[in-house]
Design a protein around this ligand. Structure first.
Ligand code: ADP
Ligand code: ASP
Ligand code: MG
Length: 403
């Protein structure tokens, strides 16, 4: 007998028929003598719809109330799935975050699960019941309902797997597994059979939303193997686990992209020691995270052009902070938010020379201009014009033999 966490994403529970289909998957797993804890998302599109309601009420909707609102989507699917299982003759029960309770720490909309009471759950499992837990939410020490970040049902599944000491954590979704890039955008994308935590963490942080990055981080920290697979086919999915067990034949494992960034360029900045610090200090003090930085020395050797990227949602705040910064002198400021970040990721990159050249050459062949660059051991990211995104992803996918 195995204790299994089965997480079903938004599309998987997107209609009554799909919820009934999920109930059948669970019935089969349960009949195979497994203990089942199902973690569910809201129906696809529901969380966005709720968010939109809040924005229609106020641009500054109260954060506590927003979490009460957003968590309701998962309440609906939890009850419907429990009901569907009961209809199939299976003993099943859902509990809301505060009934369990699932304890969280941190700000509204961005909390973290730190613990969970397991008594009710284990009792119900020992009575041969199927447990249904709503993803994406918890309750704070103060007793407020919290949510744990978009895509957070993945993180709930991993946290529950850890706390209940489960034998497996399976992420059921609308694609067959983790692909070399988004299969819904690039049909040539290939399914990856096995991938390391590190690579998956980079891919998801850089835009591959198939797994939420904080869920991967927790899985990596506690060495919880994950499996991503389809709710709608029986194909084998992708295993995510410790790097040592993977044999790397390819230097690049996947290509990811996101449209969350914006670029700022300061032209003609006085070039003297401390200038970068005086630009970035007020940004960091105001929680504006700077990601990539490029500095060019101008021909007169006295001024420099400085380009950097921030989150797109922070762009106006960053511009205001720079305009009001009396410590820096510059001639001009440009900014652009129609940019995207395209990244290649692969643990095999460490041991393969020439990756950077190959990437830049490929982009040059497509006449794609690189606006900023950043690297780490296992990833290389560039900022480019948003309009070039899919072209760049396609090209890199081919250049690195992923098609
Ligand atoms: P769920 O609702 O099940 O959590 P998500 O929509 O959050 O599903 O994630 C699945 C989606 O992630 C896929 O439909 C796909 O479009 C997208 N995606 C982006 N990058 C990748 C990738 N590298 N591999 C697989 N899917 C990806
Ligand atoms: N429903 C939440 C969201 O859309 C959580 C999830 O689906 O994982 O972000
Ligand atoms: Mg998701």
């Amino acid at each position: 007998m195995a204790k299994k966490i089965l997480k079903f994403g938004g599309t998987s529970v997107g209609s009554i028929e799909r919820i009934q289909h999920v109930a059948k998957i669970i019935k089969k797993e349960h009949a195979a003598n497994n203990e089942i804890i199902a973690v569910v998302s809201a129906m696809s599109g529901k969380t966005n719809e709720l968010l939109k309601y809040s924005e229609d009420v106020s641009k500054n909707f109260d954060k506590r109330e927003l979490d009460v609102l957003l968590s309701s989507g998962e309440q609906v699917t939890s009850a419907l799935l429990a009901g569907a299982l009961i209809e199939l003759g299976i003993k099943a029960k859902s509990w809301l975050n505060w009934q369990i309770p699932i304890l969280t720490e941190g700000d509204h909309s961005n909390a973290r699960i730190i613990n969970m009471n397991i008594v009710k759950i284990n009792n119900f499992l020992s009575e041969n019941g199927v447990v249904i837990i709503p993803g994406f939410q918890g309750i704070s020490k103060e007793g407020n309902i919290t949510t744990i970040g978009r895509g957070g049902s993945d993180a709930t599944a991993v946290a529950v797997a850890k706390i209940l000491n489960a034998d497996s954590c399976e992420i059921y979704t609308d694609v067959d597994g983790v692909f070399s890039t988004d299969p819904n955008k690039i049909p040539l994308a290939k399914k990856i059979d096995k991938i390391s935590y590190n690579e998956m963490l980079e891919l998801s942080s850089l835009g591959a939303k198939v797994m939420q990055s904080s869920a991967v981080q927790t899985a990596m920290m506690y060495n919880i193997p994950l499996e991503v697979k389809s709710t709608f086919t029986d194909r084998v999915g992708t295993k995510i686990f410790d790097q040592e067990n993977i044999d790397y034949t390819k230097s690049v494992t996947g290509v990811a992209y996101s449209k969350d960034d914006a670029k700022i360029t300061l032209v003609g900045v006085k070039d003297k020691p401390g200038v970068a610090a005086s630009i970035f200090e007020p940004l960091s003090k105001n929680n504006v995270n700077v990601d990539m930085v490029i500095q060019n020395i101008s021909s007169d050797q006295k001024t420099t052009d400085l380009t950097f990227t921030v989150k797109r949602t922070d762009l106006s705040k960053a511009i205001e902070l720079i305009k009001s910064n009396k410590k820096i002198e510059y001639l001009n400021m440009h900014h652009k938010d129609q940019v995207s970040k395209v990244s290649i990721v692969g643990a095999g990159m460490v041991s393969t020379p020439g990756i950077t050249f190959k990437m830049f050459k490929g982009l040059a062949e497509e006449k794609i201009n690189i606006l900023a660059i950043s690297t780490s051991e296992i990833k290389l990211s560039v900022i480019i014009d948003e309009d070039d995104t899919l072209n760049a992803v396609k090209k890199l996918h081919t250049v690195f033999n992923l098609d």
